[in-house]
Design a protein around this ligand. Structure first.
Ligand code: HEM
Length: 329
């Protein structure tokens, strides 16, 4: 499955553990599809036994990824200012501190993923979202399960009850900028809890992967082009039959856009997606990644890619276990 997902080429039909799906793998195909209204992220267009992603609890179903176009535009306009360039600039000092703290704690010989990038990103998210202690503690513990030494035994979907409890606790505090928008009646409570789910849990692993990959070598954009950390964009469903090159996608079938393959197809990468769903968090994401990588480089940490291990997922495929050392021989 991975080779097909990671290599540019004709559309292919793959089998996933949750059903078959089409995969688009050329930059031109992914760009065209990303702006084609006949390929919709709304699950009501799904028909047949194709891959649909896993079932979310009702509190997380009104999410930006699956919204109808008008709702999507409204929610996106409300949340984009929380993660734009100005937000990234405001966050910079806290990120620098979080990266230095994580590095000091990791010290000596350590695993750059489990001991550094994972805890750093979790600390950065907790600070950015202003998590109160009773949410922060379980959140850091959740993150340590996803990117810590036991990662291979954990599927994010199996941690949904814990995610739900954290989002409920956070929504109840009413302390967050998103919630102020909810209280002013601009986001429904379902949209708010779905967005909190997204901000706390959905991008965490992708960001850790981006840092680990950059630490393993290369500049950020080169790394993003060669190893787009979000391997596939969120699933789309064909609202009618759609021809792509010589391939016909039937109405109701699922289409995955391989950002990994399309980015490697150049000349420009689309690791942050393309079109109306392109990542609005890119400025904040870049700041998190750059400070995470910068602290390690400034401290002269040596990275050794021997024995490194990779996850092997449909949506993520990143380094787990990456030897690092601050010790001079
Ligand atoms: C601060 C960190 C991040 C935040 C707050 C964030 C936020 C978001 C949000 C809210 C969306 C949904 C946009 C929409 O549907 O209109 C999104 C989409 C996306 N994000 Fe991010 N993101 C972050 C980090 C990242 C990173 C590190 C990557 C990978 C390099 C990434 C890649 C993407 C992609 C590819 C999509 C579009 C998926 C699609 O078209 O289906 N994001 N992001």
């Amino acid at each position: 499955m991975n080779e097909a997902l990671h290599t540019p080429g004709e559309p292919v039909r793959i089998d996933t553990p949750d059903g078959p799906a089409w995969v688009l793998r050329r930059l031109a195909d992914v760009r065209a599809a990303s702006t084609d209204p006949r390929l919709s992220p709304c699950p009501r267009h799904a028909a047949g036994g194709d891959y649909r992603g896993y079932d979310l609890p009702p509190e997380f179903r009104d999410n930006i990824i699956s919204a109808e176009p008008a709702d999507h535009r409204r929610v996106r306009a409300l949340v984009a200012p929380l993660m734009d360039r100005a937000a990234a600039n405001r966050l910079a000092p806290a990120l620098r501190d979080a990266a230095r703290r994580a590095l000091a704690k990791a010290g000596g010989e350590f695993d750059a993923v489990a001991d550094y990038a994972g805890p750093y990103v979790a600390d950065a998210v907790a600070g950015w979202l202003g998590l109160p202690p009773h949410v922060r503690e379980p959140y850091l513990a959740w993150a340590a399960r996803i990117t810590g030494p036991g990662w291979a035994d954990v599927r994010a979907r199996d941690t949904l009850p814990g995610m739900l409890a954290m989002v409920r606790d956070l929504a109840a505090t009413g302390a967050h900028a998103l919630l102020e928008r909810r209280d002013a009646g601009r986001l429904s409570s379902g949209e708010t809890s779905s967005m909190l789910f997204y901000l706390l849990f959905v991008w965490y692993e992708v960001c850790v992967d981006a840092i680990a990959e950059a630490l393993a070598g290369g500049g950020l954009d080169e790394t993003l082009a060669a190893h787009a950390p979000q391997v596939t964009a969120f699933r789309r469903f064909a609202t009618e039959d759609v021809a792509i090159g010589g391939t016909t996608i039937r109405a109701g079938q699922t289409v995955l856009y391989s950002l990994r393959a399309a980015s490697a197809d150049g000349p420009d990468h689309i690791a942050f997606g393309y079109g109306p769903h392109r990542c609005p968090g890119e400025p904040v994401a870049r700041a998190v990644i750059e400070h995470g990588v910068g602290a390690v480089r400034e401290a002269g940490v040596k990275i050794d890619t021997r024995d490194s291990v990779r996850t092997n997922g449909l949506r993520t495929d990143g380094l787990r276990r990456l030897r690092a050392s601050t010790v001079t021989p």
